[in-house]
Design a protein around this ligand. Structure first.
Ligand SMILES: [Zn+2]
Length: 287
């Protein structure tokens, strides 16, 4: 990607090196239950939250937040994230009025290391980047980019796709889709909820593609091989691929993000058309 000369975003909140106070944990088991409910809606595996809560209970004795030196070696990743965030701002600020007759409200992107507190609860870096609709912030530990590489998704456009996917969840929140999905979930069983989650996630993939299409047309950011990197990343983080890697078999009813093939298809759909209206994963019969 040609990103180095790109604009940097003003909406980065850098919480790397910040520790969470024990007092800030609050809520006890009720807090954790709420956390799990919220987590099931996000890019988070609730089981990880449970573990995270336990670790926090036992491990974080310090009662004040303190900053530690900013992690070395992350400066390029930070710059990159800031430029991609700025590009999503510039892109969606044009697309919202153009395609939806609405105005775009920029989200904040929080950089953290280890654990973080969001309006959706505590999160651990191990569960990857996520978006919290309650505070309209994207949370990312830059070490995730290394994990992505280990999963077989290398390259800068793979990283941009992940950021753009999280911004996709912000778009869903602005459009009222997230809220609607939350309401629907209440009267559903787990299998139905998972199926709905897949539609939500695939739409975020499609929105990531819409961003890339328009960013490319406006600023010519892509180099040869970039599209392949993005598609490769979508393949690497499909539910079927991840389940096969972690447990050796797949349970389709438990999918929450879609198969590799579906993630590639919807990302590509947005990438090729550049239109928000082509991302209706809720109405389509074939995901
Ligand atoms: Zn997602």
């Amino acid at each position: 990607m040609r990103w180095k000369t790109g604009r940097r975003s003003q909406n980065i909140e850098d919480r790397r090196g910040l520790r969470i106070s024990r007092a800030g944990l609050g809520g006890g088991s009720i807090g954790i239950v709420i956390l799990v409910l919220l987590a099931m809606f996000l890019d988070i595996d609730p089981r990880i939250i449970m573990q995270g809560a336990e670790i926090l209970e036992g491990g974080f004795q310090s009662s004040q937040t303190e900053t530690q030196p900013v992690i070395a070696g992350q400066e390029e990743a930070r710059e990159f994230t800031s430029v991609i965030l700025a590009d999503t701002e510039d892109t969606w600020k044009v697309l919202f009025p153009e395609q939806l007759n609405k105005s775009y409200k920029e989200p904040t992107l929080v950089l953290f290391s280890g654990v973080v507190q969001s309006a959706c609860g505590f999160a651990q870096a191990a569960m990857g980047p996520f978006y919290c609709p309650a505070d309209q912030k994207v949370y990312i530990d830059l070490d995730f980019f290394d994990d992505l590489k280990k999963l077989g998704a290398s390259g800068d456009f793979a990283r941009a796709y992940v950021i753009a996917h999280e911004i996709g969840h912000h778009i869903q929140t602005l459009l009222g889709i997230s809220n609607h999905v939350m309401t629907l979930r209440r009267s559903m069983n787990e299998t139905q909820r998972n199926a709905l989650s897949v539609r939500l996630e695939l739409q975020a993939d499609c929105f990531a593609g819409v961003w890339a299409n328009n960013a490319q047309r406006a600023r010519n950011i892509l180099e040869s091989g970039d599209v392949e990197e993005g598609l490769n990343a979508a393949t690497a983080i499909g539910d079927d691929r991840l389940q096969k890697q972690s447990q050796g078999y797949i349970i389709p009813e438990s999918f929450t993000h879609g198969t590799s093939e579906q993630r590639v298809r919807w990302f590509k759909k947005g990438l090729e058309s550049g239109k928000i209206s082509d991302c209706d994963t809720f109405k389509t019969k074939k995901l």
